[in-house]
Design a binder for this molecule. Sequence first.
Ligand SMILES: *C/C=C(C)/C=C/C=C(C)/C=C/C1=C(C)CCCC1(C)C
Length: 247
Amino acid sequence: MNILLEFLKIDKSDPVAITFFTGYMAMFASSIFFFFERTTVDAKWKTSLLVSALITGIAAVHYYYMRDYYINTHETPTALRYIDWSLTVPLMCVEFYLLLKPAGASKGLMWRLIIAGAFMLVTGYIGEAFSNGNALQVNLWGAISTIGYVYILYTAMAGEAKKLADASNNPAVQKAIRTLGLFVLIGWGIYPIGYMAMPGGLLSSVIDPKNLDLIYNLGDAVNKIGFGFVVYSLAITESAKSKVAHA
Ligand SMILES: *C/C=C(C)/C=C/C=C(C)/C=C/C1=C(C)CCCC1(C)C
């Protein structure tokens, strides 16, 4: 038995425990990376990179506690998970706004995304924390929550955010918004799969409910770190361009 894992009480055959641990490390490292890379980009991108660092930093702190909770109880840390999401999802909505601000995005766009995200999370939490395996309740709250998700997806891929990006005539911004839209479609789409694996959920006969946290941990790594890298790569590209323009 590996001493380090024994010391951390992480069972090598328990992928949920392992991903809580590696998730914590990956979020922590990404946060430091985004924070220090702020010095390499133009002033107007610094806030975006700070927000990327906050998203992964907030997640790192929650993963630290969720890992502990899971290892000691072998239960899903539902409340901690939703506290994490209720801080990080709005910050991801802020990222959309910051990237589109130069293209004329209004604060209204930001608030509509944040409200849709809050709706998605509050209703998802009710379904997860209070359904007690009652299939009707699990699936009804899941369906209601999906309304908020679809609103954000639509705004990113076809609605206001997409239109502002198109009108910006800036291919780098268009590409970044397109990529973030794909993250919302594919990356955020991982979460409902985890939700449906819970007892009473539509996929609970196909996916072992034990895998709910595994799926959520995968989603968090893809989305929080991935979102940050999309923003980082846009900031780097644009900063290099303006350096050339001023040379
Ligand atoms: C960093 C955390 C993120 C990006 C979390 C995103 C969470 C979702 C997109 C959750 C969506 C859900 C549904 C669409 C229906 C079922 C309930 C949820 C809350 C799991």
